[in-house]
Ligand binder design. Structure first.
Ligand code: FES
Ligand code: FES
Length: 209
């Protein structure tokens, strides 16, 4: 049995030649644990790729080249090849928003984006948002996070919203953030943090690279 483990409640295994992806959520309940066959298949492809193609794209301002199959989900590449583990795996089906990154400035679900689709594009992950960015600062000031698992995705969606609309209404916020789920129910604090970040000008170096 070989295992390579990422941080934070998320591991891949190969047991007797069969790849498995397993997620343990932030809360303690057997009901909240599941194994995804689709993702096991993706991980299997990812692990066994012998690689003739090279995908080239920019991540957080740096040009990166990866020798993976073009249909590998961007999320796997970010986490397992580029060691950018801030972006999280939640549902793996584009439904929860935990894996949100920016692709050419637009928030997208990296779990359902084949890496071949970002060839030549600019990807920004949570690591590419400076610590002094008003959104990250507001998140800290409002103590938004509970378990924290969904928060990188929440922040990426919030940053994109504020870049488009610096002073959003509650309705704007609800609509822009509706695809980002939080099992801990931090929605009220997220909304407050977005309002707070919206009233501050972007700090120096606080813009996305
Ligand atoms: S992990 Fe990508 S949307 Fe849920
Ligand atoms: S899932 Fe725990 S803080 Fe959102």
């Amino acid at each position: 049995m070989s295992v390579f483990q990422s941080n934070n409640n998320y591991d891949f295994s190969v047991v007797k030649g069969r790849p498995q992806a397993r997620v343990s959520w932030g809360c303690q309940s057997d009901k909240l644990r599941y194994t995804s066959k689709t993702h096991a298949e993706n991980v299997g492809k990812f692990l066994t790729y012998t690689g003739a193609e090279m995908i080239v794209f920019t991540v957080n301002g740096k040009v990166r080249r990866v020798d993976v199959s073009p249909d590998t989900p961007l999320l796997w590449v970010l986490r397992e090849k580029l060691e950018l583990v801030g972006t999280k795996f939640g549902c793996g089906e584009g439904l929860c928003g935990a894996c949100t990154v920016h692709i050419d400035g637009t928030p997208q679900r990296s779990c359902i984006t084949p890496v071949g689709d970002v060839q030549g594009k600019k990807v920004t992950t949570i690591e590419g948002i400076p610590e002094k960015h008003p959104v990250k600062q507001a998140w800290l000031a409002q103590e938004v996070s509970q378990c924290g698992y969904c928060q990188p995705g929440q922040i990426m969606s919030a940053v994109a919203l504020l870049e488009k609309k610096p002073h959003p209404t509650d309705t704007d916020i609800d609509s822009a953030m509706s695809g980002n789920l939080c099992r801990c129910g931090t929605y009220g604090r997220i909304r407050r943090a977005i309002h707070a970040a919206g009233v501050k000008p972007a700090a120096k170096g606080g813009k996305k690279p």
